[in-house]
Design a protein. Structure first.
Length: 205
């Protein structure tokens, strides 16, 4: 489970350096994006927010969730697959958030975690189907409810980012499992999308 431990370690390092804070100005200095209505984030805004959290509670929830689901997926798809899906789902979730919630400072790896969860569920149902596939499905539904219920109680939740990461997790898993041109094609499509969103203001496109 080396990749899981590396990702958890990176999250912890960023948190200890000040990346688990309720001080929005500090988080922006570390790479969190400001409100962007013109869709011109800098490149670091596409990656750094995955390792930044709005306080220790937010960090703890994502850290524990990733420790469980990361290990569950890495055991069947390998370390490279987990890293591929973490960044594929995470970056896609940030991109979706840019479009749907440009006024929100997107933070955390929740989108990546949802993507990894979705990928693990798909894997459990793909031929040959696993005996405990219903358990993974139930845990995934429970995770979705954990992010929906707080929103009903007035807690701000970036649903667009979460569900964008979830869909990206399925797409990324199928691309990675397909190997070869599908794996590299999926990555190229994501980077092309990211490059278009992060294009400088003077870009002709």
């Amino acid at each position: 489970m080396r990749a899981t431990y590396v990702l958890l370690g990176l999250l912890l390092v960023f948190a200890l350096l000040g990346g688990a804070s309720t001080d929005v100005a500090q988080l922006r200095r570390m790479g969190a994006r400001p409100p962007l209505y013109g869709f011109n984030p800098r490149p670091e805004h596409l990656v750094a927010p995955l390792f930044l959290h709005g306080g220790w509670t937010h960090f703890a929830c994502n850290w524990v969730s990733l420790s469980m689901v990361g290990a569950a997926l890495e055991s069947v798809i390998g370390s490279l697959g987990l890293v591929y899906l973490f960044f594929f789902s995470g970056i896609a979730s940030l991109l979706v958030s840019f479009y749907h919630n440009p006024q929100v400072t997107a933070l955390g790896c929740s989108g990546a975690v949802f993507g990894i969860w979705a990928a693990r569920v798909v894997h459990s149902w793909c031929p040959p189907a696993e005996d405990d596939r219903f358990r993974y499905l139930a845990l995934f539904v429970f995770s979705v409810l954990l992010t929906v219920v707080p929103a009903w109680m007035g807690v701000p939740v970036d649903h667009a980012g979460h569900f964008g990461g979830m869909i990206a997790g399925v797409v990324g898993y199928l691309a990675f499992r397909g190997g070869g041109i599908l794996r590299w094609g999926g990555l190229a499509a994501l980077l092309g999308w990211a490059g278009y969103v992060a294009r400088p203001p003077w870009s002709p496109f």
